[in-house]
Design a binder for this molecule. Structure first.
Ligand code: HEC
Length: 148
């Protein structure tokens, strides 16, 4: 016969095992993956723009699509939800009109006033395709563009 203390231990161990099995079963059947935080909506121009973005080394300050630096400059994932195409075009033409004291007068980042109009359109198309879902930390407080 088991002693009283042993019985209690036995019952307790049983409860722990049943709880663990229950939890495991719950996790196993809970197959809904977390919804994605970001999505990408590039047209052909945007895909060319991605190459321009990579070649110009924007990644050395910015983060987008899983690569690049954080801490130096804003994360660009979600910039196409935070800003509309007009804003991006204006920023890539003369950023100082939107951000006084901008780093993009060549102080730190590349001087956008020197971009060719073709490059500017390609970059704008790329940036506008970097969208955020509401569960993203980059989802803006003020949405300029509704999710599709
Ligand atoms: C040396 C660092 C650096 C590099 C390289 C750089 N940036 Fe920036 N960028 C910044 C900083 C700092 C800001 C913050 C806003 C400002 O100063 O205008 C910024 C802001 C921006 C913004 C505005 C984001 C927002 O929503 O406010 C865009 C768009 C942008 N950069 C695009 C680019 C692109 C495209 C390239 C490559 C051609 C690039 N950046 C390269 C430093 C950099």
């Amino acid at each position: 016969m088991l002693k009283r203390g042993e019985k209690i231990m036995f019952i307790f161990a049983g409860i722990v095992v049943i709880a663990a099995i229950g939890r495991g079963y719950q996790q196993f059947t809970d197959l809904d993956p977390a919804p994605p935080k970001h999505f990408y909506a590039f047209d052909e121009l945007g895909i060319v723009g991605h190459q321009v973005y990579r070649k110009m080394g924007c990644n050395s300050c910015h983060r987008a699509m899983g690569t690049g630096e954080v801490g130096v400059a804003p994360v660009l994932d979600g910039v196409g939800t935070r800003r509309d195409l007009e804003w991006l075009r204006t920023y890539l033409t003369d950023p100082g009109t939107l951000v006084p004291g901008t780093a993009h007068y060549g102080e730190l980042g590349p001087d956008f006033r020197l971009l060719g109009s073709e490059q500017r359109e390609q970059l704008a198309a790329f940036l506008s395709g970097l969208r955020a879902n509401p569960n993203s930390p980059n989802y803006p407080v003020k949405v300029k563009r509704e999710p599709e």
